[in-house]
Design a protein around this ligand. Structure first.
Ligand code: MN
Length: 135
């Protein structure tokens, strides 16, 4: 057992995510990565920012803690996610997540195993769901 104490200001700096993110997103590591590649981070997406397409070897739980964003599984329409929503993405499912074009979104991401990063999400794929006003 290993207890990770609450946020310490200097030993786990907030990191601006670059290579596998479009736009400006910041990740606050809540737990050091385990030997199996598991991570827990709080990620804040500024408007217009999102991950690249990716999958998680062991799946991922997202807990949306602030704002409004979009998430999309390959082959499906994007969906709105907002504070309080929880998303389970099964192992190997290709997807992306981020803010909307006009709002921030912050989630705690619990990723099981390594993340497999793929290509950038093109602007034509980064869009509101058809039923955005109904959700
Ligand atoms: Mn993910």
């Amino acid at each position: 057992m290993h207890i990770v104490r609450g946020r310490a200001p200097e030993d786990r700096p907030t990191k601006k995510r670059t290579k596998t993110f479009t736009g400006e997103a910041w990740a606050d590591p809540l737990m050091p990565q385990t030997a199996d590649g598991d991570t827990i981070s709080s990620v804040t997406f500024t408007p217009g920012s999102r991950t690249y397409w990716h999958s998680h070897t062991g799946g991922q739980i997202l807990i949306v803690t602030a704002g409004l964003g979009w998430i999309c599984a390959e082959g499906s329409q994007p969906e709105v996610i907002r504070a309080g929503d929880i998303v389970w993405t099964p192992p190997g499912e290709r997807h992306w997540h981020g803010g909307t074009r006009t709002t921030i979104m912050t989630h705690v991401g619990i990723s099981i195993g390594p993340t497999n990063w793929l290509e950038e999400v093109e602007d034509e794929d980064y869009q509101a769901p058809p039923s955005a006003h109904a959700t």
